[in-house]
Design a protein around this ligand. Sequence first.
Ligand code: MN
Length: 464
Amino acid sequence: MPKQIDETHDPKLESWVESANDPETDFPLQNLPFTGMLVELSDDDGPASDLTIELCVLLGDMMIDINALAEAGQLNGLIPELPELLYVPTSAVFIPSFRAALRKRLVALFGVSVDRGVREKISKDCLVPADDVQPLMPFLPPPDYTDFYASVHHATNVGSMFRPDNPLLPNYKWIPVGYHGRSSTVVPSGVSVRRPVGQTAPAEEGGAPGFGSCRMLDYELEMGVIVGAGNEIGEAIPIERAEDHILGLCLLNDWSARDMQKWEYQPLGPFLAKNFATSVSPYIVTMEALAPFRAPRFERPAGDPAPLPHLDCDRDREAGALDITLEVFLQTAEMKKRGLSPHRLSRGNFKDMYWTVAQMLTHHASNGCAMRPGDLLGSGTVSGPTRDSRGCLLELTWDGDPWANPPVKASGAERTPIELPSGEQRKFLEDGDEVIIKGYCERDGFRRIGFGECRGVIKPSKKG
Ligand code: MN
């Protein structure tokens, strides 16, 4: 069930943490995303070099240290069975009732009407400027990672490059298509990404494939879904309850080596073209925070089949989508050197996806596959119906338009480069390029909230 709108979404709420009241901030009191802070374990706990991720919540430009708050006695009574709460393990956020209670408590503690003494104490002991630490996704690496293909616009664009007369395979409108990714290479935003090396298609039919640095390196603009409560092996997750199993969303970049992908993807789908790196933003915006930004599920065009009953319910149809504006920017090394701001490549919206997050999760578990708390699901590239909402370079620099009537066909070789403010051109990513993804939600009558950024710079491949 989508979460309810309550007093924690009141647009009038203000915080005594001043930066949270900036109209431009992604992180007002109404957002409160989970994040993490790397801390060194003390001598009592083990070798001094041991690092652990402590649970935090971001407010404005301050990290709220949840365990400092617990130690200060400010989380007492949050759980009726545990009147004194002195330590909060990161895994506590997977419990929906704990999450809801914590959100209400934080709104009270950091709202302007809190008692002056409490405010002084938590301001001194429980807040760390985000600039002084590296905010980090708390669940890294995730236990498992799956990537979907849920945008029909992306699937049709990409499909028509390879199969102009038959872009969508017959299963697309019946199952949320996905593949199992690799959790070991899910990296935090800000970590640079090495250009992969791999096999590419033979230059002529019957010849031997090439092996070397990827020459068609791309990004994919995606949302990451973080699983909350899991399910037992053999048990499905009914769609009506799917959102009770979702903690929240982050930004995700599914880096893709298109030349390697083209050679390897048949018959079993993506493999080494995708699993060398996936970047995630450091903040998990919870389903509770997203309650005001729900939208009706993507309306299937006339003639498309209705989803099978196990992937359908009234609530998912009425409010299964999420209205999140997503933008991608590119800044080359040359642009950085000359002080030129990142250039926006595209702007799209997550509500344009063919499949909802609930449908993806329900489908994933429909065969009894066990989902674990902290598992990461990529949505698939978020592309919209217009050219400027295409979520990767493969689509942006391609001239075909399967949505035109009649469809405009173009071969993969016909690419129109993107012109950058530095005078440079790009068909695919070059070494030194930085890709920056941003996301935010806006709706009349509610406070704007955002996801921060997911960044990554391309570094040269390793010469072997
Ligand atoms: Mn992808």
